[in-house]
Design a protein around this ligand. Sequence first.
Ligand code: IPE
Ligand code: IPE
Ligand code: MG
Length: 257
Amino acid sequence: MSSFVSSTGGIPSVGDVPRHIAIIMDGNGRWAKKRFLPRVAGHTRGVETVREMVKACLARGVSFLTLFAFSSENWRRPEGEVSFLMQLFVKALKQEVKRLHANGVRLRVVGDLSRFDPALQEMIALAEAETAANERLTLTVCANYGGRWDILQAANRLAAAEPAKVGAWTEHDLAPYLAMSYAPEPDLFIRTGGEQRVSNFLLWQLAYSELHFTDVLWPEFDCSALDEAIASYRRRERRFGRTSEQLQASPPSSPHA
Ligand code: IPE
Ligand code: IPE
Ligand code: MG
């Protein structure tokens, strides 16, 4: 069903460019407020940062970029802001898909899409189909996504597929049903905007990701801020439960080795 099925599978050793970067793009509202602009102006400006980060990841050889665009909890925001975000999503899809495709980017949108307008669902399906064969970078946009939703939908689908095995499921059984089973787990997690929390992002998949928090607001996040995060990642020793001495004696080829 998937090539990345284990809970901490396929994570490369330290020193490499992260294969998968996952970002909570936070701070749009505060960026706008600082400039006496309406909050939504920050979201519009944030799309430019997305464009810049896709370019930067392509240039750095990152294979997977995952962006948290709208959480399961963001429906709690004022109605005007929610509908602005939906329109912005539609506009960005219309404007960007051709460019993504031309650059070899495969687009995936994950989350509970059933709550979106049918026209938006259709646009997403078309954009995914158009870019499906691209291999340079997989850009995943998490929309109406929640880590708890993901684990539950995976458990429910597994229960339907393998009812006889109830009570004996392992991580390896569940992982293929997670929304992002096509990707290795994030090596590097970045949250902009100063908050130090996960806000129901990829709860399962972040088990062994390296975490990087920055005060930089998303509309101001740029290549040098990204490089700072990658440099910090490269200085770390990823042990996956082992001791430092074990790693120095024989660096594992995979976390399960
Ligand atoms: C993140 O920026 C974007 C979304 C959640 C859609 P915010 O809108 O949360 O910005 P702040 O945190 O209020 O500054
Ligand atoms: C997390 O940001 C969700 C996205 C970036 C899409 P929020 O700004 O909604 O997170 P909380 O509510 O402050 O934790
Ligand atoms: Mg926020």
